[in-house]
Design a protein around this ligand. Sequence first.
Ligand code: NAI
Length: 481
Amino acid sequence: MVVKNICCIGAGYVGGPTCSVIAWKCPDIRVHVVDKSELRIKQWNSEKLPIYEPGLEDVVKECRGRNLFFSNDIEMAIKEADLIFISVNTPTKTYGIGKGRAADLKHIEMCARKIAEVAEGNKIVVEKSTVPVRAAESITHILSANTRPGVSFQVLSNPEFLAEGTAVENLLHPDRVLIGGEESVEGDEAVAQLTWIYNHWVPTEKIITTSTWSSELSKLASNAFLAQRVSSINAISALCEATGADVSQVAVAVGKDSRIGSKFLQASVGFGGSCFQKDLLNLVYIAECLNLPEVAMYWQQVTDMNEYQRTRFAKRIVECLFNTVTDKTLAVFGFAFKKNTGDTRESPAIYVCSHLLEESARLNIYDPKVECKQIEHDLTSAAVTSDPERVQQLINIYSDPYEAVKDAHAIVVLTEWDEFISYDYRKMLSVMKKPAFIFDGRKILDHEALIKIGFHTETIGKRFSRNTLLRASGGDIKMMH
Ligand code: NAI
């Protein structure tokens, strides 16, 4: 069999960009992306795509209608496809056994049942969603228990390693592509088919093939290692603040060791996004279920440290603002969980803002990409507050950062958007309440310059000493402590 038709179930942050790039790089293959959400599909077929990713719009515009199609006709797409990607969401369970930790596989199971129900002929089913180890076994079980005569399935694991904000770049130039398959002749043949697709633009040496279980676990392990690096440097940042060391200097010194490496050593207000937290919790849950409590505790600590970092930052804001933010206005710069995306899932901004709202602060929020209604939704959801009306009264969403800082007591930077670096902070300071504070939760601003123009500046992993302040101000600054 040569793959001529691909179907992807799930038109989200993974399914959309991944299949757009496949369609772009494989003009000989028809790619059909389907979703149960009518709105999502309508947006994929419109001028304004449902997600923002640098470079994505150009790829979609070139392929859409040529060999890339978005629709809600899931059954038809399954029937036509030789290979089916499952890219549906696998959130943390919010009910029942494993609540708050295990991955909820209900969407995966629904896809498996739908495929079994309507498929004709031989299909390769590819698990692209992040799943617990041995999920492919469950999919195989459901498929084989419902298989009709003349139909056969091979299930592969092909986890996605793209990072939001750089999805197209990551898909075009992946560090590696991982394909896990059953160790059999049929399994090898299916792996070869998927390898052939990636080979359209990814060199063979970057394509790793493993057993299905190794592939599934590698994805969880990769995210756990990445999150662990962030929590490790954040733990050091707390030590820096207490001792007078500077976490940026420590990160450079540590990262120069080639065994450690310099990437992902940026201290911050904490990691966010839909994956790190959920995949860590999933790993913890799996370890617990396998009676490995020490392993579970080890990884649990990575997410506990992240929570500690967010709370610590919010508390420091309150502390610096003379121990009260009640009725004070704080301009919040950035709400997305990282720059170059409009995604707010598990964004540290949600946690820091909700802590400040608890303290009755008024928040003027600005983000270049996040929609106003998304911010309102995130801050008024039941998981965040029991009093959505009050939150609604305390927040104002702005489309101009210079408007957001008017009469504010402080600026709080929660996303590392590049544009925040080049703002005219002197102009902002002139319309703010004095003393004016700036809390840089992403360590992106020029702190000495801010101190020099008169901002009381706070950041992660560094305390500005009296000497720094005096040096930066030419000796005439008044310390607020
Ligand atoms: P998402 O929530 O953006 O998209 C999932 C889509 O699947 C939604 O549009 C939903 O309507 C659709 N869907 C759910 N059940 C369906 C069904 N039965 N039939 C048809 N459509 C259905 O999720 P996202 O972020 O794309 O993640 C998908 C998977 O990829 C998750 O397992 C995630 O852990 C993993 N992943 C996500 C990455 C990211 O950066 N977002 C990176 C790597 C992996």
